[in-house]
Design a protein around this ligand. Sequence first.
Ligand code: SF4
Ligand code: SF4
Length: 617
Amino acid sequence: MHAIIHFASNLMRGDATHKNVFAFNGGVHPLDHKAESTTRAISKLAIPESLTLPLRQHVGYIPKVKVQVGDHVLKGQMLAEAEGTVSAAIHAPTSGIVSAINEQVIPHPSGLPDTCITITPDGKDSWQQLHPIDWRNTDKKALVDSLRASGIVGLGGATFPTHIKLHTNGKSNIHTLVINAAECEPYITCDDMLMRERADEVVRGIEIVQHLLGAEKCIVGVEDNKPQAASAMTSACISNDIIVKVVPTLYPSGDARRLIHLLLAIEIPNDKRSTDVGIQVFNVATVLAIYRYFVFGEPSISRIVTVTGNVAQPQNFEVLFGTPLQSLITAAGGAKKDTTHFIMGGPMMGFDLPKSPVPITKAANCIIAAAPNLFPTPPPAMPCIRCARCADACPVNLQPQELYWFSKSDDFEKASDYNLFDCIECGCCTYVCPSDIPLVQYYRYAKSEIIVADKAKEAADLARERNDFRLARIEREKLERAQKHAERAQVGKSDIKASEASTPEVSPENKVSSPHAGSTVSAATDKQAAIAAAIARAKAQKLAATPTTAPSAEPVDKQALIAAAIARARAAKLAATQAGLAPKNIDGVSAAVQTEINETDAIREKAKSSVEPKILD
Ligand code: SF4
Ligand code: SF4
């Protein structure tokens, strides 16, 4: 034991000078307010009267609900399963009845309601059958796949589904695992207390993650304002190769890229991820959740939450997800009278909770009761004096004052050109600004406007694409219809040609009189005549089938005859004209044809006289 303490103290002494630690640009030193909540051990909160579990507790798609109102569920039972690639499951934090699935206000900056599953506990706290996994003797891919059902997300506040970060597709290029134990935001102490009290479990979790990633090296980064946590971790790591490095307290050293820089002197380019250079980062609380899932089969149903600020007894609690915020505040001795509101997360990057009751979710690492003495109302913003203090404090090496001007003037294109989306919203620029300009709020506004505009453009592009597709479809259908008509017409012509030989309506005289019978001209003429006759017959049939327009059978027959005769006459006339062989009268029509025309006219006159009075009736 003495040896361990000696080793740890040596290591601490060595690291107190921050050897082999590589400072990043910028950063600030706000008052950390951590001591208040670290005087008491982590306490387990009692099961509340009801648990409200929002489906939206992580980055990605909301999970698919698998239960119905009235169902009895066991502790650890899956209530909603991960849907899509980036998603996480939700589990019952205790046994009880599903009493509602409806919209309720959730802890989110928007303050809007979202779908939640409410469980009314039965008081038995009965676990479902748990299935621990022998992770040392199980295929890595199967292990990572099984994590999809664990509901574990990044518990440092990012809430990114953990199984995604461990997917390597069988060819991991990760050589270094970085464990983020910096916890740089003021007030938050949940990771600090976790390391102090459960360092062994954290280290077992690190071993599992290291195994899954195939990382040869592992470094734990702890800020030097957590000496007890650093010491506990160093002791727990004594039998393995995990390195615990103490880094200077400087906000935002807990940002993954800043921590990598501090520990490894590697600057990750803004357009790349840490995994592109072989480094993966996990939070200490997340690796502990992974350990409990594989070793005990427990899904993610609780987390450590710091309750601090204007409460009677600031403390850390192990809290079931879905626990009402008020239960937590009560457990911390209640909020003092002058409490104005509650903040979720730290004072630098957290957000104000809505006044309505909200539950504790996977992202809730800290709840701060705010009061005027702790968070005075900021004075009105003054004009920017171009002092460039914001640029000096920016850990991402941005030009915050320029981003401010572009955001304020809605020049979003310029803001994007100045790498607005590289801003991690750490708030260092706002913290140092002598003009008290709420810079981060301007950046959030600009980002949201750009995102909305991009979405609108995407929707417009989609609509245009759909319209183009619709027009192409209409054009295609038109062509198909035209083709069908052409085919039908072709078939009709063939039928007519076939019937031509047998029909008596085509004058044999015309055929005989032509010395060029069988020639192209004659064939075309015959065809036209046959078509005309067929059309006439069809018209006659149609007319016969329409009693309202055909006053009697007699005129119909006559009209048909007339039409047929006219058609025959015209065909004959055309044939004669084209052939140029038959004797012509003054109209250029053969005698036979003329005769037929005359007959036709006579019939037409007769028909007229017989039809007209009937129509008048
Ligand atoms: S710190 Fe404030 S006043 Fe100074 S340049 Fe930046 S925005 Fe302007
Ligand atoms: S909020 Fe953005 S611009 Fe301001 S210091 Fe942080 S990273 Fe830089």
